[in-house]
Design a protein around this ligand. Structure first.
Ligand SMILES: Cc1ncc(COP(=O)(O)O)c(C=O)c1O
Length: 438
């Protein structure tokens, strides 16, 4: 497929996060990546909303897709579409090859030891439900505990509540402090002989906090407790090495990594996946079926029942090529610069308070304004072409913890720039003017 994005690869040594240079051209010189040109790869960004150029700042919800990804999906349907793993004819073999090629790319992206440890699912939510039903449910009994944190997305709360109801196990919650950091002492105390699994977010979608997961995994492993990381927000913004982390499971979604919706990954250590029974039955996950008994397929196919989202997986592979072409190390620096610039620009605004001030933070800024409800902020900003999220961000317990009904949230991706942030700031000033603030 002639779809590999042409990206600059010359990367300079200077990677220290510092305030965003006054022009993006200067940023380009610092990292060797031409961010202005990369932005042009995203067609959705070149449009007017209410007569103003779109500023897209809801990347934590989903990221935009580069031409290469869109074209690879188009190419797949035009040239290669067939079902996978079933046919011996050319099209089916091509579809299978393209689908399986993405598995190899994901293995490399996460530095998993084996491709059999990569299971395709619909997204982070399904990956966590798979672990809840196939790993936790058969192992839990009354009195057992699952440990999460107070900053989890509903996707990393509700599946555990469901499995607790099914088994009589209990959900325990490690506290977070006022800066939105995990209280490690509390976490340590909650790890005990009844804990069967820790399930923690790598980066909080509502607060931006980057959790000290390496240390948290080591503490859990001291007591032989396996750890699942919810990587929905981390995989697009940090280089993830599942072997270095030594996590037992890692969940992510393609659509947050510039790939299509409806595709995600569960990484699991082979020893666990081998020992787990599938929770969904159907085609492709079997090796032999009779009415008396079914033998399951080998890894990873025993967890991929039914026809998968083949085109989505193919597009996801292209997205991973695209991100790897830029280099996550460059993306981290770029987004940290944007975060710093945005934080410094927002803090002086009248009545604005940032919720989530962890020392280690990704480019997500949740905030409240004294003068206006987050929904009003978002609606007024939309009139100016600026898209931000308002609400509970699928993290209602976080809102409760910080005693706010909702927050406004600007979440930045590498294709955002200083102008986007300036437009956000101008928009918030306008909100303050309308609602009688400064
Ligand atoms: C931290 C976190 N976990 C889980 C999810 C769920 O991801 P998905 O809806 O793609 O399954 C999200 C989505 O916003 C998230 O931010």
């Amino acid at each position: 497929m002639p779809l590999a994005p042409s990206l600059p690869h010359t990367l300079a040594a200077d990677s220290s996060p510092s305030a965003l240079p006054s022009t993006d051209k200067a940023a380009q010189t610092a990292s060797g990546v031409d961010w202005d040109t990369l932005r042009q790869d995203f067609p959705v960004l070149s449009q007017l909303i209410h007569g103003q150029p779109l500023v897209y700042l809801d990347n934590a919800a989903t990221s935009q897709k580069p031409n290469a990804v869109i074209e690879s999906i188009d190419h797949y349907y035009r040239e290669d579409n067939a079902n996978v793993h079933r046919g011996v004819y050319t099209l089916s073999e091509r579809a299978t090859q393209a689908y399986e090629a993405t598995r190899d790319k994901v293995r490399g992206f996460l530095n998993a030891a084996e491709r059999e440890e990569i299971v395709f699912v619909r997204g982070t939510t399904e990956a966590i439900n798979l672990v809840a039903q196939s790993f936790a449910r058969p192992r839990l009994k009354p009195g057992d505990e699952i440990l999460i944190s107070a900053m989890e997305h509903h996707s990393n709360i509700v599946p555990w509540q469901m499995v607790c109801e099914q088994t009589g196990a209990q959900l325990k919650v490690a506290a977070i402090n006022d800066n939105a950091e995990i209280v490690l002492d509390d976490y340590r105390k909650l790890l005990n002989k009844n804990t069967r699994l820790v399930a923690i977010t790598h980066i909080s979608n509502a607060l931006g906090s980057i959790n000290p997961v390496q240390e948290m995994i080591a503490l859990a492993h001291q007591q032989s407790i396996p750890v699942l990381l919810d990587g929905a927000q981390a995989a697009p913004h940090l280089a993830v090495d599942v072997q270095a982390l030594d996590c037992d499971f890692y969940a992510l979604s393609s659509h947050k990594i510039y790939g299509p919706t409806g595709v995600g990954v569960l990484y699991g250590k082979r020893s666990w996946l081998d020992a787990m029974e599938p929770y969904q039955g159907g085609g492709d996950m079997i090796s032999r079926v009779t009415f008396e008994k079914t033998e399951y397929n080998v890894l990873p196919y025993k967890f991929e029942a039914g026809t998968p989202h083949i085109a989505g997986v193919v597009g996801f592979g292209t997205a991973l090529d695209y991100v790897s072409g830029i280099g996550l190390e460059n993306i981290v620096v770029r987004e940290q610069q944007l975060l710093q610039y945005a934080t410094q620009a927002l803090l002086p605004l009248e009545g604005l308070r940032i919720i989530g001030t962890a020392k280690d933070k990704a480019s997500i800024i949740s905030f409240v304004l004294e003068a206006a409800h987050p929904h009003d902020i978002s609606t007024i900003l939309d009139q100016q072409g600026v898209a931000i999220r308002a609400g509970h961000h699928c993290a209602m317990p976080v809102m409760e913890r910080f005693k706010v009904p909702a927050t406004a949230r600007a979440s930045l991706a590498f294709y955002n720039n200083k102008d986007d942030i300036d437009r956000l700031v101008e928009g918030i000033k306008e909100v303050n003017r309308i609602f009688g603030g400064a």
